[in-house]
Design a protein around this ligand. Sequence first.
Ligand SMILES: [Zn+2]
Length: 126
Amino acid sequence: MDKQLLKEFKKQLEDRKEAVISQLKNIGHQEISEPGAEINFNANFPQYGESAEDNAVEVADYAKNLSVEREMEKELRDIEKALQKIKDGTYGVCSHCGRPIEIERLKIRPESGSCVSCKTAITKGK
Ligand SMILES: [Zn+2]
């Protein structure tokens, strides 16, 4: 892959990583873990009040936080994997078929780990 392009993807991934982490910090708190371990967040349980109504909203908002938190954390892992691949020099190669991932796809989603046809096959298989 073109060095300049690779640099751009790396920058995009690093920016995205920071954005995802700051979003995660808004809805959750970071788990204290061993140095070098994966970053892990837990969704916050909101505290609005003691009434049944407040409790219902708390539970609903917690569920929302939890699903956003899971989504974001998954994205964070994908971003970290992609950044690791840049370090290893294997970025932009499909992890399923070993062919290069379409540049257009990487431009939309730089953390992609598979090419369009493999992704389509996986999605259809589900
Ligand atoms: Zn593929």
